[in-house]
Design a protein around this ligand. Structure first.
Ligand code: TRP
Length: 427
């Protein structure tokens, strides 16, 4: 449950549709599903097996099982959690703002078919861009500081099914909009000639992001799992649920985007432009809109809590800091890093190369550090730890794992070669 909770978040509802729109729709969807099922699932199983065996955090587990050199993979995870949280909170801040937006004048813009303008005027406002980000990150820091994460996670067991139900209602509404058919075709009718190495690299990055891989999180969760649990089933459920939710989000966004004339490749704003437009066409749309973004914000909050927890745990275990010091110091550092991201989406020109600051932070983690981290984890398990991995998963031969050979060769060859190839091709 915890692993699924960590996996489902903005990655499914915000990032998946916008990346899919950027890399051509249906062709990307096909690649994504293949990558999530083959590479994502294998890396998740590798991480959980490592964690359950070593019973330590990511850096400690890799050091224990592989030696000092491999612990660098844990540090890469620390880096990613730090950078991702800095801009994740920006997007969570947008979700927070959209809880109230329906009750302001701007929602009238969505009703007049100007949802894109509504979004642009929202993120172009530096005060709004910063303050909603600060709310999101401050809530996260407070929850972790006070150690009250448990309560929020419990309420999620009720609230996340509600998010799922609203998503289903939205699908019905989106699919019945005039002009939705073109969006459905864009999302479901693949033109495989559109697949590029860049698209595949993005699919790998997106699958790791969405499944919370290459960050040490699943190693940590693995360390809490009992010996009697059959890890392959756990992993399969998490991957299926996560992929299903992302798929359903696309089923709302693309038909709606085409119905309202929004470009599917309009970037990080895609979800925030199309959804209000859909809500504007529904009875009680304001209420639904607000409710949806409350739930999305809570889903994002649980992800932010666990991202900050990753950073804090590393600081406590590896740097010897106290919990309050680690929470405050790391929380403030992440806040500082997030400010340029928050401003870079329209309020100010803050670019690194051709990318906005937010896009750059996203790119360096998802397309560079995480693919390398995932490659190293697969390689480690495939070549250095295969026997122990088999014993770990089968509980020393007590349980059957018929797909062991498939899995181990995915770790040995398929994942490293696929990731390495698309990575080098992109450079
Ligand atoms: N999987 C999360 C999402 O889809 C984002 C995420 C990536 C994450 N790595 C994480 C969440 C680590 C918690 C912990 O939104």
């Amino acid at each position: 449950m915890a692993a699924a909770g960590s996996a489902v978040g903005l990655g499914n509802i915000w990032r998946f549709p916008y990346i899919t729109g950027k890399y051509g729709g249906a062709a990307f969807l096909v690649v994504y599903i293949a990558v999530a099922l083959i590479i994502g699932m294998s890396v998740m199983l590798a991480e959980m097996a490592i964690g359950r065996n070593a019973k330590l955090d990511a850096v400690g587990s890799l050091r224990k099982l592989g030696g000092q050199g491999w612990s660098i993979v844990g540090w890469m995870g620390f880096f990613c959690a730090f950078v991702i949280l800095s801009y994740y909170a920006v997007i969570a801040g947008w979700a927070f703002a959209y809880i109230f937006e329906p009750f302001t004048d701007t929602f009238a813009m969505a009703q007049q078919g100007k949802a894109a303008e509504m979004f642009t005027s929202f993120i172009g406002n530096p005060v709004k861009a910063i303050s909603f980000f600060l709310v999101a990150i401050a809530v996260t820091i407070t929850v972790i500081y006070k150690g009250i994460a448990g309560g929020i996670e419990k309420s999620c067991k009720v609230l996340m099914p509600a998010l799922f139900v609203i998503l289903l209602i939205l699908i019905v509404r989106a699919l019945t909009l005039p002009g939705a058919g073109a969006g459905l075709e864009y999302y479901l009718k693949p033109d495989l000639s559109k697949i590029t190495a860049e698209a595949v690299l993005n699919a790998i990055g997106q699958s790791f992001y969405s499944l919370s891989l290459a960050m040490g999180v699943m190693i940590t969760y693995g360390s809490y799992v009992g010996k009697d649990v059959y890890l392959p089933s756990t992993v399969r459920s998490v991957v299926l649920v996560d992929t299903l939710i992302a798929f359903l989000a696309g089923l709302v966004i693309f038909p709606a985007a085409f119905a309202f004339g929004v470009e599917p490749n309009s970037g990080p704003g895609l979800t925030f432009i199309t959804l209000p437009a859909v809500f504007a066409k529904m009875p009680m749309g304001k209420v639904f809109c607000s409710a949806f973004f409350i739930l999305l914000f809570i889903a994002a909050l649980t992800s932010m809590m666990s991202l900050l927890e990753v950073v804090v745990t590393y600081s406590i275990d590896q740097l010897g800091w106290s919990r309050p010091k680690a929470t405050i110091a790391m929380g403030l550092a992440i806040t500082l890093l997030g400010i340029p991201s928050a401003l870079s989406q329209g309020a100010m020109e803050i670019n690194i190369g051709a990318k906005s600051f937010l896009d750059f932070a996203d790119y360096i983690t998802n397309n560079v550090v995480m693919p390398i981290g995932g490659l190293l984890i697969a390689f480690f398990v495939g070549w250095r730890w295969a026997e122990s991995a088999k014993n770990e998963i089968t509980d020393n031969g007590q349980l059957e794992f018929p797909l062991y050979n498939v899995w181990i060769w995915v770790c040995r060859v398929v994942a490293p070669v696929a990731i390495g190839y698309v990575f080098i091709k992109n450079i």
